[in-house]
Design a protein around this ligand. Structure first.
Ligand SMILES: [Cu+2]
Length: 693
């Protein structure tokens, strides 16, 4: 039942109360209140629709004592769910669909495994991928517990903590695919392939024969098939990986991280390039791929900090409409931001490319695995230990259920020879949608470099020169100047309205344009006031980057990296601060005298980017959220927002890097906070900066 369209001209407080009631399933009661005060009006005034109106999140109860840090998930033929955990257990969860009064029940099927991060079901057996092997678990005596743990195939381990292993993914021919994470060296500050096949995808036959498939993986925690049976994997930002991304993976591909190439002379390798063959120039990956034949550009980039920070499970919508209007699109989880993105791919000139949109946020923990339940709802298996997440729970299992209502969304974006075609889930207001000024398009890229991550580079605005809206109002064909191959294009359509006046549920998408398709261009003349001039002015790189990162003139410098000339000695107090795995500062408490001269030496001895930021008491989350809103500019601005609440800061440090900053402690005593403002980190990566008299 819909009540929101009637909710007009009531007080804000009443509206909030009504919303809460309707979310609580007491819409009938809300309806009565509405009838008494309702006045018909335009939908401009209506409460904006939210994700929860279309996709509901339901938490599964987990029995006390079960630490369900989900590493892998599979749906069994009877509708039960099998889950393996990072603690090494496998649980079978019956009645997971939480309907009526029937509660899920949990039964332990196996235990003692070595951090299994993937699980699959095939022909009556459960398979898990432990750190060093694929293991088949079989219940021989039918008592509901595995009694045979059989190795299918094993690979070397060095013992490095970062050597995660994922899978298996069963191919139609019965072979299994696994992906192996690189190790991480704190002393080198980058990923390392210490033993064979780290950073590779391997294919293994049921009788244990192994073939190396592809190299260049860094942290390939999710992979799966699309409807055509092609395999895609998700990658996490890091060394050689400027931002999260999804790549089509085929035999002989090199996917980007050079470390794994040290094993290309082993028998069976389909590649023959070596790490030193990969140029570390900081150009876009797409440009380097023109010179390095095996290097395959991603199908879709997920802009870091905006659409996730740690890409995880990937799931193709093969529910035939049971999950809504996005058949054959991918859903992609994010560990750090506890949310799911939606990806629509197309094949242009033999290569995949496509668009990614926001889809659903607000999960209770860090998403690692996504699967379909027997009824076409989605299960999300989650864990946060060691990797912070927006969802505060340490672990969890949630169901995402389509309510049956279709959200007004950009369903997909397709590349055109001269622009893009946006397809909507519902008809648009054709007049508004035909106005070029309701769309903004900006192209940008990332550096392909051995360093960790990348700022956004080469961002330039594009000009929407004309729009043709289809008769049925479902498609808008945009003619765009300034699109670039190999670039990510941010497409916003904030001003578009549905035929009934409502705004888009999400008005932004990011299209990775690897190739322009061939075909006819639309004949749209340049506007009278010369789009050429507009192009020329907008084609300049957005605001000089180094200048943007410096404090504005007239404000107190918040990052001073040389001892101020007025100080007669190095400092009153020098504090060394490091980082620890699991998003922690070391130490977690600092004590200084009010007004004293402080030198902080911040050393990032972790495996990801961090900064050190001192903020006013109680404002760490607020400042962190402001940093997140820097969007595409976040990394180049060191995730430092302009606000009086932020007192002092370092730059954003690479793994292994050190920076000292000098400042005078506040005169006002109190418990200030030091925080890392990297998106997803700031919720937990905090310490107390105690200022005493
Ligand atoms: Cu951090």
């Amino acid at each position: 039942m819909r009540i929101k369209s009637h909710l007009i001209h009531l007080t804000k407080a009443t509206l909030v109360a009504l919303c809460l009631l309707s979310l609580g399933g007491q819409a009938g009661m809300a309806q009565e209140n509405v009838e008494t005060g309702s006045i018909p009006t335009t939908s401009e005034d209506a409460i904006p629709e939210v994700e929860d109106d279309f996709y509901k999140l339901i938490s599964l109860p987990i029995p006390e004592g079960v630490i369900l840090e989900v590493g892998g998930l599979a749906t069994l033929p009877d509708g039960s769910i099998a889950a393996c955990t990072r603690r090494g257990e496998v649980w079978i969860i019956s009645n997971p669909n939480v309907s009526g009064n029937i509660k899920p029940t949990y039964r332990r099927f196996a235990y003692g495994l070595h951090e299994p991060l993937g699980l699959a079901y095939k022909d009556g057996d459960i398979y898990v991928t432990q750190r060093s092997e694929i293991t088949r678990l079989r219940d021989m005596d039918g008592d509901g517990e595995a009694d045979a743990y059989d190795k299918v195939y094993s690979w070397p381990l060095s013992g490095n903590y970062h050597e995660y292993s994922y899978g298996p993914l069963f191919k139609p021919n019965g072979n299994m695919l696994v992906t192996l994470n690189l190790g991480w060296s704190n002393s080198l500050g980058h990923g390392v392939s210490l033993v064979p096949w780290r950073g590779w995808m391997l294919e293994i036959t049921p009788d244990g024969q192994m073939t190396p498939v592809a190299a260049g993986l860094r942290s390939p925690s999710g992979f799966g098939f699309n409807e055509a049976g092609d395999v895609f994997y998700t990658e996490n930002q890091g060394d050689w990986v400027g931002s999260g991304r999804i790549s089509h993976i085929e035999k002989g591909d090199f996917l980007g991280n050079a470390e794994s190439l040290r094993w290309t002379d082993l028998p069976g390798s389909p590649l023959n390039i070596k790490p030193q063959d990969i140029p570390n120039t900081g150009e876009p990956l797409y440009d380097v791929a023109k010179r390095v034949e095996a290097l395959k550009p991603p199908a879709v980039w997920l802009p870091h900090g905006i659409l996730g920070i740690s890409t995880s499970g990937i799931l193709n919508d093969n529910t035939n409409g049971k999950f809504g209007p996005f058949s054959n699109q991918f859903f992609v989880g994010d560990q750090g931001q506890s949310k799911i993105m939606r990806v629509a791919l197309e094949k242009v000139k033999g290569q995949y490319q496509g668009v990614v949109f926001p889809f659903r946020e607000g999960f209770s923990s860090g998403i690692l695995r996504l699967i379909w339940g027997s009824d076409g709802a989605m299960f999300s298996g989650m864990t946060s230990r060691g990797w912070s997440s927006t969802g505060k729970e340490l672990f969890g299992l949630q169901r995402l259920v389509w309510t049956g209502r279709t959200p007004f969304e950009m369903k997909t974006v397709r590349a055109m020879p001269d622009g893009f075609e946006i397809e909507f889930t519902q008809p648009v207001n054709r007049t508004l949608a035909a106005d070029p000024s309701v769309y903004q398009i900006t192209g940008f890229n990332y550096k392909y470099q051995a360093e960790y991550g990348s700022p956004v580079i080469n961002n330039e605005k594009c000009t929407v020169r004309g729009v043709v809206v289809s008769e049925d109002g479902l498609k808008a064909r945009l003619v765009v100047d300034g699109l670039r191959e190999g670039y990510i294009h941010e497409i916003t359509a904030e001003g578009v309205r549905g035929a009934d006046g409502k705004p888009l549920l999400h008005h932004v998408g990011y299209y990775t344009l690897n190739q322009f398709p061939d075909g006819e261009k639309l004949a749209i003349a340049a506007p009278a006031h010369s789009s050429h001039a507009a192009m020329a002015s907008s084609a300049k790189p957005a605001a000089t980057k180094s200048a943007a990162a410096k404090p504005a003139a007239g404000t107190m410098a918040k990052r001073i990296t040389k001892r101020p000339a007025s100080w007669t000695k190095e400092s009153d107090i020098t504090i060394n601060v490091g980082t620890k795995p699991g998003l922690k500062f070391d130490p977690s408490q600092i004590r200084v005298k009010a007004g004293s001269k402080v030198k902080v030496v911040f050393h990032n001895n972790d495996d990801m980017l961090h900064n050190f930021v001192v903020v006013l008491p109680g404002t760490a989350i607020e400042v962190g959220e402001m940093a997140m809103k820097l969007g595409l500019e976040g990394q180049e601005k060191d995730y430092i927002p302009q606000t009086d609440k932020l007192l002092y800061h370092t730059k954003l440090l690479q793994p292994g890097e050190t920076e000292a900053i000098y400042f005078e402690a506040p005169d006002e005593p109190g418990d200030y906070t030091f925080v890392c403002t990297v998106p997803g980190h700031f919720y937990v990566m905090q310490g107390t900066f105690k200022v005493v008299q």
